[in-house]
Design a protein around this ligand. Structure first.
Ligand SMILES: NC(=O)c1ccc[n+]([C@@H]2O[C@H](COP(=O)([O-])OP(=O)(O)OC[C@H]3O[C@@H](n4cnc5c(N)ncnc54)[C@H](OP(=O)(O)O)[C@@H]3O)[C@@H](O)[C@H]2O)c1
Length: 258
């Protein structure tokens, strides 16, 4: 039981690991012993984040790639494959949001969000299938963790139509992929965050006190809240959590429309 949450000896890839929620997860994985690759588009920011994350003594390596296309997903898988023979944990975290009034909502606002939030987790997992299979065994399954959102489970009144639909889609895609990949000891699950300070959630970042008033727990999410859920799913502790979505929102979805 003592090492139930250990990630010693495991290799992880966190997309969008340069900042925000991805960085919170990468920091947690490193602290629990994993060798962590982070990816994002801006190479300089990705390299700088990897350096800072490794500063405490762990291993963190930057692989800057745009994962919003199939070619990008394949390029990231190839870059990882050039360095590693197996991948124990993939976190599909990179995501985008789009806010526009209903009558003006553009096709670009659909394509950008669906490409990155729905198609990219699928195609990146497909591109990394061989490396995940190489890590997977009945005793130590490989893990794929998709970062969804409470906006895909309950209704956020903001006009983020494609985002809400993309996160509901990824929540269900998690179940469908879990059914397929469990055959090969690759366990797929998801985390649905509530309000966490980031460049995407500038309201939680810049006005945490205001957001906190709406959250039953009385605060926005912290790095440890996110890292805790990700470590649980990634480690042996989460081996039996298949296709499920862990909600980490301080109760925010309970006070919203279903
Ligand atoms: N923050 C919240 O309250 C909240 C709540 C629910 C769900 N989420 C979900 O959590 C995930 C992370 O969000 P966040 O709030 O941490 O956002 P964020 O601060 O904007 O971070 C997004 C990360 O993804 C990277 N990224 C964006 N587009 C990319 C692309 N095409 N290819 C590769 N990397 C890309 C960014 O780096 P570059 O810009 O350099 O590419 C960055 O590292 C998203 O899936 C989001 O939907 C967040």
């Amino acid at each position: 039981m003592r090492n139930l949450f250990s990630l010693e000896g495991r290799t992880a890839l966190v997309t969008g690991g340069s900042r925000g929620i991805g960085r919170m997860i990468a920091a947690g994985f490193i602290a629990h012993g994993a060798r962590v690759y982070i990816s994002s588009r801006k190479a300089e920011a990705c390299e700088a984040a990897a350096k800072e994350l490794a500063a405490g003594g762990g291993v963190c390596i930057a692989l800057p790639v745009d994962v919003s296309t199939v070619a990008g997903a394949k390029a990231l898988a190839a870059a990882l494959g050039a360095r590693e023979k197996k991948l124990d944990i993939l976190v599909n975290n990179a995501g985008a949001a789009w806010l526009e009034p209903f009558d003006a909502f553009s096709e670009k606002g659909w394509d950008k969000v669906m490409d990155l939030n729905v198609k990219s987790p699928f195609f990146l997992t497909q591109a990394l299938h061989g490396l995940l299979r190489a890590a997977a065994s009945p005793e130590r399954p490989a893990k794929v963790i998709n970062i969804v959102s409470i906006d895909g489970l309950s209704v956020n009144p903001q006009e983020t139509y494609s985002y809400a639909a993309s996160k509901a889609a990824l929540t269900h895609l998690t179940r469908r992929m879990a059914l397929k990949l469990a055959e090969e000891n690759i366990i797929v699950s998801a985390i649905a965050p509530g309000a966490f300070a980031s460049d995407m959630n500038v309201v939680a970042r810049d006005m945490p006190g205001e957001v906190a008033k709406r959250v039953p727990s009385g605060r926005v999410g912290e790095g440890e809240d996110m890292a805790g859920a990700a470590i649980y799913l990634a480690s042996r502790a989460g081996d039996y959590v298949v296709g499920a979505t862990v909600v980490v929102d301080g109760g925010l979805s309970l006070v919203r429309a279903a």
